[in-house]
Design a binder for this molecule. Structure first.
Ligand code: ZN
Ligand code: ZN
Length: 241
């Protein structure tokens, strides 16, 4: 047996250069190289053809039928990119494989396609959508918190303390049909602290599907004193429905 070559294989490989593009691994100052940066821009959402309230696809950008019938509890929702490759892969690596090198490039994507109502909203506090204690422990971090921290720093916002809001542990929304999603999030949030009266809160989330969780959280926050709730999500599916 070639013991020396066996030993060599065991040795850790030399550290990669610290700064690499997270997609193509080309050397780059930080995050994404120029080429990959252009590629991901293809996934920016089409706000002109989205419902201004819930951000579902809506030709011409009119308020959708569902919002006309039953407006959401939040004022506005915005998603920066569609959930499709290569961005969906970045989110998967970040959220499920714990690859924190994705947090900066993903937050950058959000800033490159930020809500058009952001300045007018006059945000007082930012709140990452909480995870239940069990899920946070299992994952080791809250992906929305990681994004919210970067955004809060860039925009000069105050983040609401995590301890103020608790979330009960329920099955992930992604495992349920849409009919079960409303029931699954009913009354799952609990506030431990009164909110400053009439404050304006911006919720940050990574992936929005039906918006049921955001709606439930907005309702809880408003029942506890919030005057307005806005939602800024990293991504949503491109499905036209
Ligand atoms: Zn690249
Ligand atoms: Zn709508």
């Amino acid at each position: 047996m070639d013991f020396l070559s066996f030993w060599r294989r065991l040795k850790p490989s030399p550290p990669l250069r610290a700064r690499r593009c997270v997609l193509c691994h080309d050397s780059v100052s930080d995050g994404l190289c120029a080429g990959c940066s252009d590629d991901v821009a293809e996934a920016f959402t089409d706000a002109a053809n989205s419902c201004p309230l819930c951000f579902r696809h809506m030709a011409g950008g009119a308020v959708c039928g569902q919002c006309q019938k039953k407006p959401p509890k939040f004022e506005r929702l915005w998603a920066s990119v569609y959930y499709e490759p290569p961005v969906s892969g970045m989110i998967h690596h970040f959220k499920h494989l714990g690859d924190l090198s994705m947090r900066l490039p993903l937050a950058d994507l959000m800033c490159r396609h930020a809500p058009d109502w952001l300045d007018a909203a006059g945000i007082d506090f930012v709140l990452p959508v909480p995870l239940s204690k069990a899920r946070r422990l299992y994952r080791g971090f809250n992906q929305s918190e990681e994004l919210a921290d970067i955004l809060a720093q860039r925009y000069g916002w105050q983040v609401l303390p995590r301890q103020w809001i608790e979330r009960a542990h329920t099955p992930p929304q992604s495992t349920l049909k849409s009919s079960g999603r409303l029931r699954n999030v009913k009354n799952i949030f609990k506030l431990n602290n009164p909110l400053p009266e009439n404050c304006k809160i911006l919720l940050i989330d990574d992936v929005v599907t039906t918006g049921a969780t955001l709606d439930e959280l907005a309702q809880t926050l408003k029942a506890s004193g919030a005057g307005a709730v806005y939602c800024w999500c990293l991504s949503r599916s491109r499905l036209k429905r």
